[in-house]
Ligand binder design. Sequence first.
Ligand code: MN3
Length: 203
Amino acid sequence: MAYELPPLPYDYAALEPHIDEATMKLHHDKHHQAYVTNLNGAVEKHPELAKHTPEELLANLATIPEDVRKVVQNHGGGHVNHTMFWEIMKANGGGEPTGAIAAQITADFGSFEEFKKQFNDAATKQFGSGWGFLVFKGGKLVIVTKPNQDSPLSDGLYPILGNDVWEHAYYLKYQNKRPDYLAAWWNTVNWDEINKRFAKAKQ
Ligand code: MN3
């Protein structure tokens, strides 16, 4: 297989009580696995694609053969988005941002509180399934939302962080209360990993 499901970098229950064990099991083992399986199905039809990372495929969607382009966009996007998602969370995460990202958040949003408010507002308003992302554009942090599994990589932007607002990410525990999930999610974030991604976004 060209692409593989990365193991969850912590226990399924590690993000309790903010994200429950049952949601993590389904989300990682079933949903993320399905994106990987379907991406591999597309690559089987065009084996030359397998020499690229999934990030490269998303950054060059226009060059993907048309018969699998949508599959790569949706399932390659799902693979890359979820791989980021697991890595930017950790047990006993959250708290105030640290390092370079903390200074940039204060510079661009005034405060961490104001940034969270704007991010959660944008992600709440994303109609249907999708993601809220933070990217670095024109020397500034910018909040963007995307439908489905679309990736900012396809716009030439590197996602520094992102939160999944598909119902599968929160419905077991939070039901229809997406804003409650969004508020709780900040207690899981891994600022060390987000700082690494911010450094990459600035390159
Ligand atoms: Mn998901």
